[in-house]
Design a protein around this ligand. Structure first.
Ligand SMILES: N[C@@H]1[C@@H](O)[C@H](O)[C@@H](COP(=O)(O)O)O[C@@H]1O
Length: 636
């Protein structure tokens, strides 16, 4: 398709890269070229920098270029976008500390040339300091290049919805969703500051060049609006549309809601592959509000799809073909139906009893994404192993850990004079937790105890699915145990643990999630470990008899056109699933797993019900709920 035609709805030039690494390398190369060019002319560069997980890959690449290619930052002055208000500079979550750990400590940028808003001043001095920050940017000659990420509210810097196009550096109140998104970094929403200092939208727009980076499906909706809808102050990133030199560098998942990706037939001619035809017909059915078998010639022609009809023959044939394809995704036998003709079934019939591995990035993802299917697999006689890839301890509130220590102490109190090492351990952890005045990172022992809390929850949950305890593996991958949110670095030990497990079980089916998540999130890292292991096994006999199924996280809607296997969930199974999510008590309420006011099980229930409603509207059977899966193949 001709690029400019397919991008006709885009008001910001957007480049889609193979992955976050490729996009980060591109921008790092451009920054390095600018620095070198200016240095050669005896001039400096003024960079505007961002925090969050998004630019971490960019910073790693700049550090690599400094170390291996002699890139010097001596002629660079930096201004950061924002800073939390009320955190000391050495607080683990201050942006000052983040920038030093992620970039400044590893390059030769002189300390005097580093600038961040000061979040430590008394309120009365903030206004003056914000003005001084603006003056300093101007005195440096203005920003040559501003790097941006984007928040799920559509914020840039901390310019939340409601920020005006003219806003300047100032103190702001953080949006509820932004605070929930930051809750994991701060080990609980209660610890997230309520205020921050941020450059204004106007300050950002004054930069001579702007590049916004974004990865993962969770940003797709907000990005599509920023790029394609009219600018509004409810979506501050949309104000970038007015800038003469702005580019978005994003990965395929973040781009997935752009018209050229989601509905390419609306913006130009497309190659009508079977997948594309299915997507278009599902969209058409939704758009005109008629089931697939009732779509008319005029529906197609009035919605820019006449060429599909020309290519595929009559509307009657096309409607039936797509209807059948959709119908064939539905199965109550997620592990295959023994003895049945499986020509049109999503899974093969043999072997009748399959070895199945379900990977769950943290305890609870398995149940939220595929609790109904998991139960069916067990009930239908498959040998299911659930693998919890990480302990999930970073997402356990202190209060839950304290309860656990109390329990151990109380239990020990039942045997006076016989206090053992477990009681001593609980006492130490309890002491640490009680001494925490503000947020501090947890020690290894606190994390260990929190991991055990989640193990207990996972066991309780999985039992409700009829799974034996020995079918559950907790592999506590080291990248997570040694890491912090937004800063995970998976390594050889993580890769080996996954490969070892797969080589031992040699499953016929693998269920995994996280393929469309931000690659630096827990689910994103966990998926890439499994995906890479599968690529490594691609030539092995056992793997050629193995199918990999992707299940869905609860925060993003399922697109019916992309489903390869739809497992109906009856009213009874849905309540059993909800019941099985319930034991994950540390994830309830204030946890970042919940978005909005919804509890995790409510989100899962809604997602499964919504999909059933969609299938019903397409003219398929009317189920209570549906869990959805896509098939994944290495290298596809
Ligand atoms: N103030 C920062 C933003 O500058 C950043 O863009 C956003 C997204 O974070 P992440 O990159 O981790 O998705 O987080 C914070 O709100």
């Amino acid at each position: 398709m001709h690029t400019s035609e397919s991008q006709q709805r885009e008001r910001i030039r957007t480049e889609i890269f193979a992955d976050a690494d490729a996009a980060s390398r591109q921008l790092a190369g451009e920054i390095a070229a600018l620095i070198r060019e200016r240095a050669a002319a005896g001039k400096g560069v003024v960079l505007g920098l961002a925090t969050g997980s998004t630019p971490v890959r960019l910073y790693r690449e700049l550090i690599r270029m400094h170390r291996e290619e002699g890139l010097s930052f001596k002629n660079v002055i930096t201004f950061n976008l924002d800073e939390y208000y009320g955190l000391t500079r050495d607080h683990p979550e201050s942006y000052w500390r983040f920038m030093h750990e992620q970039l400044f400590n590893h390059i030769d940028l002189p300390a005097a040339q580093i600038n961040l808003p000061n979040g430590t001043l008394p309120r009365g001095e903030v206004f003056g300091s914000c003005r001084a920050y603006e003056d300093k940017i101007a005195a440096a000659g203005g920003l040559d290049l501003q790097v941006l990420g984007i928040g799920r509210t559509g914020h840039i810097g901390f310019n939340e919805p409601g920020s005006t196009r003219e806003s300047r550096t100032r103190l702001v109140t953080l949006d509820g969703l932004t605070r929930r998104d930051a809750a994991r970094d701060f080990l609980g929403e209660a610890n997230v500051p309520r205020h921050a200092i941020t450059m204004g939208v106007g300050t950002i727009l004054d930069a001579r060049r702007i590049v916004l980076l974004a990865w993962g499906e969770s940003k797709a909706g907000v990005l599509a609006q920023a790029v394609e809808a009219a600018p509004v102050d409810t979506l501050p990133a949309s104000f970038l549309q007015g800038h003469p030199n702005v580019r978005f560098y994003i990965d395929g998942s973040a781009a997935s809601a752009l018209t050229r990706m989601r509905h390419p037939w609306l913006v130009g001619p497309v190659a009508w592959t079977p997948e594309m035809a299915r997507r278009a017909v599902v969209w058409l059915s939704h758009t005109v509000g008629r089931p697939v078998l009732k779509l008319l010639d005029e529906d197609y022609s009035e919605h820019g799809m006449a060429d599909l009809l020309t290519e595929q023959g009559s509307v009657y044939d096309l409607n039936i073909r797509i209807f059948n394809e959709l119908q064939h995704t539905i199965t109550g036998w997620p592990g295959g139906k023994p003895g049945a003709d499986d020509t049109h079934r999503p899974e093969r019939a043999e072997p009748a009893s399959k070895r199945v591995v379900v990977f769950s990035p943290e305890p609870s993802h398995d149940m939220l994404g595929m609790g109904g299917t998991l139960r069916r697999l067990v009930d239908q006689g498959h040998q299911v192993t659930v693998v919890y890839q990480t302990s999930g301890n970073l997402a356990v509130p202190d209060a839950d850990a304290l309860m656990a220590t109390d329990f151990v102490s109380d239990l020990a109190g039942c045997f006076p004079g016989e206090a053992g090492p477990a009681e001593a351990f609980a006492r130490v952890v309890r002491g640490e937790l009680l001494e925490k005045s503000a947020f501090v990172g947890d020690s290894a022992q606190v994390r260990r105890l929190k991991g055990l809390v989640r193990r207990g929850e996972a066991r309780a949950s999985i039992k409700l699915c009829g799974l034996a305890e020995k079918a559950v593996r907790f592999i506590d991958l080291p990248f997570y145990e040694e890491g912090r949110y937004r800063q995970f670095k998976p390594g050889a030990a993580d890769r080996e643990a996954i490969a070892r497990l797969l080589a031992e079980v040699r499953p016929h089916q693998i269920f995994v999630t996280g393929d469309r998540d931000d690659p630096s999130s827990v689910a994103g890292v966990c998926f890439s470990l499994v995906g890479n292991a599968c690529v490594g096994f691609a030539g092995d006999d056992w793997f050629s008899d193995c199918r990999v199924w992707l299940y869905h996280g609860v925060e993003t809607p399922c697109d019916a056109a992309e489903i390869d296997m739809a497992v109906p969930v009856s009213p009874r199974e849905l309540s059993q699933k909800t019941q099985a999510i319930f034991p994950h008590r540390s994830q309830r309420g204030h946890s970042a797993v919940a978005s909005g006011l919804r509890e995790p099980w409510q989100q899962a229930e809604k997602q499964n019900r919504d999909l059933a409603t969609t299938y019903d509207a397409l003219g398929l059977a009317d189920y209570e709920a549906i869990e959805a899966f896509r098939r994944w193949m290495p290298g596809a």
